[in-house]
Design a protein around this ligand. Sequence first.
Ligand code: ARG
Length: 270
Amino acid sequence: MCRPEHFTVSYRINPWMRPEHATDTALALDQWTRLYDTYRDLGFDVSLIDPLPGLPDMVYAANGGQVVDGVALTARFRHAERAAEGPAYAGWFRAHGFDVREAREVNEGEGDLLLVGKTIYAGTGFRTDPAAHDEVAATFGREVVSLRLVDPRYYHLDTAFAVLDPDGGPGSVAYLPSAFDAPSRAVLADRFPDAVLVGEADAAVLGLNCFSDGRHVVHAAQARAFAADLRERGFETVPVDLSELRRGGGGIKCCTLELRGVRTGEEATR
Ligand code: ARG
């Protein structure tokens, strides 16, 4: 995670961002700290990267790369405003012992690349280039399934698609169907026949931008119907309000990059 010390909205690269409206960095820090504390209370091991001045979107750590089996594929941003975040996160991965692979194609990390079971679901349409999907498959030696986003409000896969159970299975994800083109909707229906289908109201508060360990789902406090659906399915729901960071177009998952080490022993067979 990355503390939003320099958070503000000074440019517009997604429809949520309104540079003409002032942001409250202290409030963003406060809300972010609550998310950090929530993760710690749940027992997660949280590492921090130093925020850099001039990179107001660096708080959205999910975009910093993708890390699977101890291998870190660096991010390569679509927009010049965020370009310097790629090397910043790459430096962190290197300093922390990950096997770093430099991306050649445009990919915005876990914003568009989500691991479900053994498969990586990869978004495209706004940010990550389809050519990056092949690069991801080659880098991690995993099946990559491409999904095309069509609604500019849901410009990253993690704004329209949530992993509820990292182990996978027919009901292991939630998504907003209208955010995808018809072929992608067909793929999702086929792969996840028991998915939670989320409505526009919950998606519009970035409800799908949640983080789950398979049991607890940390989600936007405003996504009430989604939370009720999750509880009905046996998940423990943990609401957190990130309304100030939503003004940059990001939520809980955006602020969270998962660091997956090399799996050994019993874990490797899951
Ligand atoms: N302002 C950032 C951008 O447009 C928000 C990124 C949100 N991150 C995410 N994983 N969806 O790039």
